[in-house]
Ligand binder design. Structure first.
Ligand SMILES: Nc1ncnc2c1ncn2[C@@H]1O[C@H](COP(=O)(O)OP(=O)(O)OP(=O)(O)O)[C@@H](O)[C@H]1O
Ligand SMILES: [Mg+2]
Length: 603
């Protein structure tokens, strides 16, 4: 760069102050003017450049022929071609490095002939910036396109899809070429479409800038999924709406696990409630049962005493006693059902083939329920065995069948079905009172009135009934529930109003061997006995114990008595007495009756 004298003309000043290269070339291709910035850009000083052939100095060699040809063409024909237009070209630096420039060349008059003035701007920086921008954009596009967990796409201002990533394809099922140009309202359910939800979303997003929503959306195959979406308006620099960005996440699985958790919580609460009611009723029923034993026993004694009275009063007394006994027996039956509900029954579980059982049971039920109801039994193949008390199980099926009959006043169909099932972790998470494992499932299905959710929730509660007072006590399902629980099983009602009902019972698979002499009954047998046999009575209630002792003595048995299991075992042990029969209450403090039996058998 050279220093300038103040005498230079304004035009010269302008020329050398410019931040673009300005070069003047004569018709023979020689450089006639070369401003300061041309020096900066090409690496040649003005004094080095002036008079030199311009093409040789700043045009890469491979383009020089084309340059010469263009120049000649203009001089010959006057056709301006690229003159006066902005063009981009590679230029040559003194160092041999090529770099991009934008150029505009105008013809001028020069020393009475034709010349050219060119204005050149270095594009290197801009190109680099563009390249960077392009690369960033490309990477961003790759990022967005490769995201598969989120549907990320754009809409034009009217709501038509303009871009589509692989997450969108995965979640919604459309390929990009199928969906681009289509309106996004097709992702909405029909109800929402007719309610105008998609347009509403766009309006809100345009006004608020952003809308967050959750709802059901439709895949290409028509299936639904739970979606969480964000719709965001995009504006250009002037603030005009140019479209929307939409991000959608499939939250179906998340919703399902929340739902599962909620159900499990409800089930746990339900199980806890049943447990509490069971404890309560169990205690009451047990005491009540003892009182009934005393009442019924004393009624029997009173009946015998009547024998000695004169005919008239004896008959009157007998009638009263019989009526009292009927009442007491009914009360005893009721307490029995309550004991069943509170899982305090004396059960006699044995290995059982439920297919055989339901075949026989279907015949029995058909006869009991009458012609109006068709009873069908469908036994599953290769059914595993279960270990369960047969009598109680039959009575459970009868209870369910009677409920089904009550729900089908015009008669229809009752189906008993069996099958092997595996209750997995998932099932047990939703039904926390069950352990995972192999079960035999027995279902009882009717196509009657069905139940509401409220009725299902309370159906197992004792005394819950929707029937009239004389039609139902509300103990049927309670009894079944308690029995199945006591047998290590699980019971569940599936029903909807108008859709009929299925009650499913699950009993654990029995894996032991089946032996012929399975469970010979120690506690059963005829009590009306040969004289002199000894009976050991184990009963914690003193009144009941006294009554039993007296009653049995009256029947000429020798009796021994104990208030609990340890006392009974001591008697068996110490006296070394021949005890012919052990008569024990099931529920005893500490060791229960069943365990006492097992212990006594060992000795
Ligand atoms: N198969 C069924 N279809 C429709 N509702 C049923 C069915 N089974 C039970 N329910 C409903 O559950 C309630 C409780 O049944 P549950 O067997 O415990 O008592 P109940 O039948 O009313 O009286 P109980 O069995 O003591 O005679 C019934 O009152 C009825 O509302
Ligand atoms: Mg019932």
């Amino acid at each position: 760069m050279r220093s300038r004298s103040p005498r230079e003309s304004p035009l010269d000043l302008l020329l050398h102050t410019a931040l673009d290269a300005v070069i003047v070339m004569s018709a023979d291709g020689k450089i006639a003017e070369w401003n300061d910035y041309a020096g900066t850009m090409f690496g040649w000083r003005r004094d080095e450049a002036l008079g030199r052939n311009m093409a040789e100095l700043i045009i890469p060699e491979r383009l020089r022929a084309a340059h010469a040809e263009g120049l000649r063409h203009f001089l010959d024909t006057g056709e301006e071609g690229y003159l006066r237009q902005r063009i981009e070209l590679p230029a040559l630096h003194r160092s041999g490095r090529e770099f991009p420039v934008e150029v505009r060349i105008s013809p001028i008059e020069l020393d009475g002939g034709t010349g050219f003035v060119g204005c050149l701007r270095d594009l290197s920086a801009r190109r680099a910036l563009q390249q960077e921008l392009h690369e960033a954009e490309r990477q961003f596009r790759i990022l967005v396109e490769s995201i598969t967990d989120y549907a990320i796409y754009m809409l034009d201002p009217e709501g038509r899809v303009t871009t589509w990533n692989s997450g969108a394809q995965r979640i919604k099922g459309y390929r990009a070429d199928e969906i681009i140009g289509q309106h996004f309202s097709r992702f909405y359910t029909e109800e929402e479409q007719s309610a105008g939800a998609p347009a509403q979303m766009l309006r809100e997003a345009a006004e608020e800038g952003k809308v967050v929503a959750e709802g059901w959306r439709i895949r290409k195959d028509g299936s639904r999924f739970a979606a969480s979406t964000v719709l965001e308006a995009i504006h250009d620099q002037e603030g005009a709406l140019i479209g929307f960005a939409k991000i959608t996440r499939d939250i179906t699985a998340q919703r399902e696990s929340q739902e599962l958790l909620k159900r499990a919580g409800e089930q746990l609460l339900q199980a806890g409630k049943m447990e509490a009611i069971g404890q309560l009723t169990g205690g009451v029923a047990h005491d009540f049962n003892n009182l009934l034993t005393i009442i019924i026993g004393n009624l029997a004694i009173a009946e015998r005493e009547v024998e000695g009275l004169p005919e008239g009063p004896a008959n009157r007394l007998r009638r009263s006693l019989a009526s009292a006994e009927r009442g007491a027996q009914r009360a005893a039956m009721l307490t029995q059902r309550l004991l069943a509900f509170s899982r305090r029954q004396l059960l006699d579980p044995r290995p059982l083939d439920l297919n055989k059982l339901i075949a026989a049971e279907a015949d029995f039920l058909q006869r009991t329920l009458g012609e109006a109801i068709e009873v069908e039994a469908v036994g599953g193949g290769g059914l595993w065995r279960v270990e369960v008390d047969q009598n109680e199980f039959e009575s459970a099926l009868l209870n369910l069948a009677i409920n089904a009959r009550d729900a089908m006043p015009d008669g229809r169909k009752l189906t008993l079905e069996t099958g092997n099932t595996f209750l997995d972790q998932n099932y047990c998470r939703a039904n926390p009172e069950v352990l995972p494992g192999q079960y035999v499932m027995i279902s009882v299905t009717d196509n009657g009135t069905g139940m509401t959710k409220e009725v299902i929730d309370r159906a197992f509660e004792p005394f819950f009934s929707t029937k009239s007072v004389d039609a139902g006590t509300g103990l049927g399902l309670s009894q079944v529930y308690g029995f199945i629980k006591q047998s290590g099983g699980h019971i569940k009602i599936y029903s909807e109003p108008g859709e009929g009902t299925t009650v499913k019972i699950y009993l654990p698979r029995y894996t032991g061997k089946v032996t012929a002499d399975e469970g010979e009954a120690l506690e059963s047998g005829d009590v009306e006995g040969r004289t002199g046999e000894t009976i050991l009575i184990v009963e914690d209630d003193a009144d009941v114990r006294t009554f039993l002792v007296e009653a049995l003595r009256e029947l000429n048995y020798r009796t021994l008595s104990a208030a609990d299991a340890p006392a009974a075992l001591r008697i068996i042990d110490q006296k070394n007495a021949r005890i012919d029969l052990l008569l024990s209450d099931v529920v005893l403090p500490g060791m229960n009756g069943r365990e006492l039996m097992a212990e006594a058998r060992k000795q």
